[in-house]
Design a protein. Structure first.
Length: 500
């Protein structure tokens, strides 16, 4: 028979043993103290669950097996330590962790309502709260923020409240488990500045994404909406300043994109919309600075608000590879496309157009009107040095102001394609107003048509437009029609001004 000796909490312990029987741990376990974390109603007392010796853990009533005892003779046991449950719940429903919690542990907590969770300082853990009874997660629910790397949301949660995970800089994963909850609301700033979060899948019962909910998630590169999404609102700045986000597919149920939704997403080049989309409006600064080349907007979109596509320098196509088809849009806000220097042509219905809506679209060359009534009268095209052509072949009631062309390069000539202007064909009966609102064209405008011209199709104030003669050249005849202030004078010889 041999002796095993050790010291626990200042008490010397001697255990006789036969090698083949192993060393009983009962006396060692009995000498170990419980551990209490917290105080008052927040206190949790942890009993000893196991004994740890070296790298091995043994039951408190177990033995160190003969195979773990080296040599023959007496032995000294060094470093025996208690092992506690990793977590416990206090009478106030606060989750406390024992000293047995290891950095990097994955902890599952369930079948309990949780008031709060306190992660020990310096530890980083993953939490699975799937079976917790909570119906909402609030700001301060988990502290400190730096301690959480992953969370599985409780299956009964219907609301992640304002700031719940704001500034959780080490949070890498957020998992929503299957649930019977019909609607989940992600409130304002809920995941703001979660700088380690790279991807998230939002289940189809997410109903609302609050203001700046994912603002500043600088490494978030993938946002996936589950099929059948019922998401209605993506609110102000929800994904503002997410520079790693490259593509997103907007659910059909979303009715509007609020101000700043994707502003500052400097790598977001692909935006798609689920079939059957009900989207009606794109808010201010929504895509400001995004490297979009083409975006196919749903037919339901009728409003593009101020600065929505500001400085989208790569944008060259909406519903087309090479043109902005905005024929269904009824309102275009101030500066909506300012600085979109790759746009070459735009098709419009008859929208209200805000101040400088297309300012500095330096590659823009032509505008096509698609509505029966078509009007370009606002100063929306400052800095559009190449905008020289307006096509109104589909329109019948037309108003064009000279201010549209006030930035045109002096080497270029304004060209207005009128299409058919034959009163004998009612469908082609046009009424055209050319507003002379100051400024001088460098060259006489070319107004072209594919029929002969009848004077009562034109309403013109004065005898000039942009301080130049008004001349129409039909493609079906050799005549040129020069407006004299009250009527057209036909001539088979091109007036000198035609080729000035």
């Amino acid at each position: 028979q041999y002796k095993a000796t050790t010291t626990v909490n200042g008490t010397d312990i001697t255990i006789p043993f036969y090698k083949n029987d192993g060393i009983s741990l009962a006396d060692i376990a009995a000498a170990m103290n419980p551990e209490t974390v917290g105080s008052g109603a927040d206190a949790v007392t942890f009993d000893v669950q196991k004994v740890k010796i070296g790298g091995a853990e043994y039951p408190t009533n177990g033995t160190i097996p003969a195979s773990a005892i080296s040599g023959n003779g007496d032995v000294t046991i060094n470093g025996a330590a208690p092992v506690y449950e990793k977590w416990g719940v206090s009478s106030s429903n606060k989750i406390q962790f024992s000293s047995s919690l290891n950095n990097g542990d994955s902890v599952t907590i369930g079948n309990v309502y949780i008031s709060s969770i306190v992660i020990p300082s310096g530890k980083q853990i993953s939490l699975n709260l799937n079976d917790a009874y909570n119906v909402s997660l609030d700001s301060g629910f988990i502290t400190p923020p730096a301690g959480l790397t992953s969370i599985t949301i409780p299956q009964n949660v219907s609301e992640i409240t304002d700031n719940a995970f704001q500034n959780f800089e080490n949070l890498e994963s957020v998992i929503f488990p299957p649930t019977d909850i019909s609607q989940i609301y992600i409130r304002d700033n809920a995941f703001e500045n979660c700088t380690s979060l790279q991807s998230i899948t939002l289940p189809n019962n997410i109903a609302d994404i609050g203001q700046e909910a994912f603002h500043g998630c600088e490494n978030l590169n993938t946002v996936t909406f589950a099929p059948g999404s019922t998401l209605t609102n993506i609110r102000y700045g929800a994904f503002w300043d997410c520079p790693s986000l490259q593509a997103i597919n907007i659910p059909a149920s979303v009715s509007s994109l609020a101000t700043y939704t994707f502003c500052g997403c400097e790598n977001l080049g692909t935006i798609t919309f689920e079939a059957g989309s009900s989207l009606s409006s794109i808010g201010e600064y929504t895509f400001n600075g995004c490297p979009i080349q083409r975006i196919d907007l749903p037919d339901s979109v009728d409003t593009i608000e101020a600065n929505a596509f500001l400085d989208c320098e790569n944008l060259s196509g909406i519903n087309s590879d090479s043109s902005l088809d905005l024929s269904n849009v009824t309102s275009i806000g101030n500066y909506a496309f300012e600085g979109c220097s790759s746009i070459t042509s735009v098709t419009l219905g008859n929208p209200t157009i805000g101040q400088d809506a297309f300012k500095d679209c330096t590659s823009l060359e032509s505008i096509t009107g698609r509505n029966n009534t078509f009007s370009l009268t606002t100063d929306a095209f400052a800095g559009c040095t190449n905008l020289a052509r307006i096509n109104v072949t589909w329109s019948q009631n037309i108003t064009i102001s000279s201010t549209v062309f006030h930035s045109l390069d002096s080497t270029k000539r304004v060209i207005i394609d009128l299409g058919s202007v034959n009163q004998a064909i009612p469908a082609n009966n046009k009424h055209i107003t050319l507003q002379d609102n100051g400024g001088t064209f460098a060259k006489t405008p070319h107004l072209t048509s594919n029929t002969i011209v009848l004077a009562n199709h034109f309403t013109i104030s004065g005898s000039t437009w942009g301080s130049r003669q008004i001349i129409v050249k039909p493609s079906t005849s050799f005549d040129y029609y020069t407006w004299n202030g009250t009527d057209f004078d036909p001539t088979s010889t091109a007036p000198a001004a035609w080729d000035d």
